[in-house]
Ligand binder design. Structure first.
Ligand code: ZN
Length: 134
């Protein structure tokens, strides 16, 4: 497959964005405390592959712990279409919720590998013992 431009949004439509991504290369699921509660299924893109089109005034930020991960959300509808990570320093990448993308080819998504991460134990390179609930 190839890099494709997707539009995406929160539920109420206040947040509108675009990304360039190749979903066939794979997506991510993580068992850390917040990903579990969000049931986040994401695709990672670099900062130059993400464009916020509208809704900056509706964007709220939530951080905890190290504060490197900005779990942003729409303050009107509460949906979290994307978050960005400032780690290891000023390098920013975005985790995009695949559920908030338009026009996703479900067959392509299901055929792509899923990278499961044991964020709960800070072992991001490890696959968790249990992944069925993620
Ligand atoms: Zn919204």
């Amino acid at each position: 497959m190839a890099l494709k431009t997707y539009t995406g949004s929160c539920h109420c439509g206040a947040l509108q964005f675009e990304i360039d991504a190749d979903l066939s290369k794979g997506t991510e699921k993580c068992n850390c405390t917040i990903c579990t509660k969000m049931r986040l299924w994401s695709v990672r893109v670099s900062s130059n592959e993400f464009r916020l089109i509208s809704g900056e005034e509706f964007l709220s930020d939530y951080t905890y712990g190290s504060g490197n991960a900005h779990h942003t959300f729409c303050r009107r509808c509460g949906v979290r279409p994307f978050e960005h990570i400032n780690w290891p320093s000023d390098v920013v990448y975005y985790n995009i919720s695949v559920a908030c993308l338009d026009g996703v080819d479900i067959n392509e998504l299901m055929a792509a590998p899923v990278d499961y991460q044991d964020g709960l134990h800070d072992s991001w390179e490890q696959v968790p013992d249990e992944i069925r609930h993620l």
